[in-house]
Design a protein around this ligand. Structure first.
Ligand SMILES: [Zn+2]
Length: 459
């Protein structure tokens, strides 16, 4: 177990002290700087956005800049009494309130009484309410009065993850800044810069993994970095995966192999492996969703290397099914079944399906391998198939109309590679698709019924 004592506090230490240091919120920062410069100040501002993107930090920074008598290029000086007291949350002019724990009308009344006093340090009296959506209806009504008939020296800053829960009467009176999830590359950049300045050794793959997990929240990324930054210890991907109970990359590699081979049975083998390895199935599921989604993006953008066997429709169909299974997995007593069925949807389907608009980096052309696996052509986005080299692998998909199924003479070695869905390349894609979907639905119903006594028969 790692020591808690020596952990860093990167999120706190690297909290932006100037507008220049705010990451990934250029539009909001630019507008706020303009307000500070022109002194065209509204009486209420709303900062909304996902957790960890810097809502309260930006609000606090704005408050500091407004009240700092020694601003430099719209930025607070961070040295005067006003700046320092705000940084330490000890300012008498900038009142920070947690809307979750001070949500009643009496709390708003107390604010109103305070607003009658002038600012002690000569600037604005600023009320910053975090999680403002938690206020009661009565508290909002009292707050509305304050905003409608404001004291000249008073302004309100609200922060929330759920702006839709604010009454329209409040929303319409606020200058609203919707902050964005911070881009992953910016998060990585910030993490690398922190690590380089702190002299901590790391594997870049570990940092990329943490940035991915943070899902746009810089605070979450830095909190993860805190957790793994220990003196004399290198941050490695394997340590991050192990401590967070993440699915190993090897699992996703095995999924890719099963997709390539069209081996639906692997759905059960893979889940069995996860269970035996003690992995959290919900984590594994999240990794799988993220993996398939990123592949679909690569296919659509035609950028990046796409593993063999993935096509646009396969990814889209799987992601659609994943959405269904995600909810079911949380409700079912047997999340294992949900994971198996989700994987089954991904792995089921003909690996020979023809896909338009899916020319990816993987479709370079036919390259027979030692095991007689061939890819089915340079221009098609078709996964590799196991078939006889003498078949002329690229002919079948080029027929625009359904063609008769040609019987072929098969050797003993060919027989091992035959199955319902890709026993002959001259079966047109349309036929394959229908048969494949039928097989897919039937298989799922069979397995689901077996496990749950038919409760999932709608599949
Ligand atoms: Zn200052």
């Amino acid at each position: 177990m790692r020591s808690l004592r020596s952990r860093q506090q990167f999120a706190r230490l690297h909290r932006p002290r100037t507008f220049d240091q705010v990451l990934g919120q250029d539009k909001a920062v630019s507008a706020l700087r303009q307000s500070v410069r022109s002194r065209a100040i509204a009486h209420a501002y709303l900062f909304s956005g996902p957790r960890g993107v810097g809502k309260t930090t930006l609000a606090r920074l704005f408050a500091k800049a407004l009240n700092c008598p020694h601003r430099k290029d719209d930025n607070p000086c961070n040295e005067c009494d006003s700046c320092r007291s705000i940084s330490m949350s000890q300012s008498v002019d900038v009142l920070e309130i947690d809307g979750a724990s001070h949500r009643g009308i009496d709390d708003v009344r107390a604010i109103r009484e305070g607003n009658e006093c002038v600012s002690v340090q000569g600037g604005y009296r600023i009320i910053l309410i975090d999680e403002v959506h938690m206020l009661t209806k009565e508290a909002f009504n009292a707050l509305l009065k304050e905003i409608e008939e404001p004291e000249e020296h008073v302004l309100f800053l609200f922060a929330t993850t759920e702006p839709h829960r604010l009454p329209l009467t409040i929303l319409s009176r606020c200058q609203h800044y919707a902050l964005l999830r911070v881009r992953e590359d910016l998060i990585v950049q910030r993490m690398l810069s922190i690590l380089e300045s702190s002299g901590i050794e790391f594997e870049k793959a570990a940092i990329l993994k943490m940035a991915l997990l943070a899902d746009g929240s810089l605070r979450d990324a830095l909190t993860l970095l805190d957790r793994f930054s220990l003196p004399q210890q290198k941050i490695t991907l394997s340590v991050v995966q192990e401590e967070l109970g993440l699915v190993e990359e090897a699992f996703l590699d095995r999924v890719d192999n099963a997709v390539e081979q069209g081996d639906a049975m692997q759905a059960f083998v893979l889940v069995q492996g996860l269970m035996e390895g003690g992995f959290d199935l919900m984590n594994a599921f999240a990794s799988l969703v993220s993996h398939v989604r990123s592949i679909l993006i690569k296919i659509l953008s035609k950028q990046g290397e796409v593993p063999h066997g993935y096509t646009q429709s396969r990814c889209a169909r799987a992601l659609d099914a994943f959405l269904n299974y995600q909810a079911k997995m949380q409700q079912l007593l047997c999340p294992r079944l949900g994971m198996e069925l989700a994987l089954l949807v991904l792995l089921s389907g003909s690996p020979s399906r023809k896909e338009p608009h899916t020319e990816g980096a993987h479709a370079e052309g036919a390259h027979p391998t030692a095991t007689t696996e061939v890819k089915t052509g340079g221009k098609e986005d078709t996964p590799p198939r196991k078939e006889s080299l003498s078949q002329g692998a690229s002919q079948g998909a080029s027929h625009p109309l359904p063609q008769p199924i040609h019987k072929k003479e098969t050797s003993q070695s060919d027989l091992g590679n035959l199955d319902d869905t890709h026993n002959d390349e001259h079966i047109p894609p349309q036929v394959n698709l229908a048969e494949d979907e039928k097989l897919h639905v039937e298989t799922i119903i069979r397995f689901a019924s077996g496990y749950l006594g038919g409760t999932l028969k709608k599949y």
